[in-house]
Design a protein around this ligand. Structure first.
Ligand code: AMP
Length: 143
């Protein structure tokens, strides 16, 4: 399935924070949006970094409670792997597995147009396989 089709279903909303956002505010944003990662963006459309729950945990391990006063830019991953809407769910699944991350922002002309999580990709794939199985069953049983 194309990422454009997946985004049509889930929408293009992306939770973003500015690089200067404190980790304490970012943690509140992660909880409020019920997501596992925030795209760090100075203007809401550029992808300047990604801050996941895992970065916050690493920050806590390294700096203790003082990590809450650091900023998103201190703990984010700055080299972000993004994809286009022409990518497929199979490609993203392979990429996420190989690189061990669970989020890929989708961009067009270097602007953020969505984000795909491993949960989105797995859900889409399961639906596809269920439809395929149903079609095959119908074909075999002549329904
Ligand atoms: P995640 O599994 O997505 O919670 O992230 C695990 C680690 O990979 C964290 O250090 C993230 O900052 C980083 N990360 C998450 N998504 C990406 C991505 N698309 N490109 C680069 N790094 C990422």
């Amino acid at each position: 399935m194309l990422i454009s089709q997946l985004l049509q279903r889930k929408g293009g909303n992306v939770a973003t924070v500015a690089p200067s956002t404190t980790i304490s505010e970012a943690v509140a944003a992660l909880a409020a949006h019920r997501v596992g990662a925030l795209v760090v963006s100075a203007d809401g459309t550029s992808v300047d970094g990604i801050l996941s729950e895992r970065d916050v945990v690493r920050g806590l391990a390294a700096h203790g409670p003082a990590s809450m006063d650091l900023t998103a830019s201190d703990l984010m991953t700055a080299e972000v792997v993004t994809c286009s809407k022409e990518a497929t769910t199979e490609q993203l699944m392979a990429e996420m597995t190989a690189r061990r991350f669970r989020h890929v922002p989708v961009t067009e002309d270097n602007r953020l147009i969505g984000i795909v999580s491993i949960g989105d990709v797995v859900n889409a794939r399961v639906r596809e396989l269920e439809t395929e199985a149903e079609q095959l069953t119908n074909y075999i049983t002549g329904r």
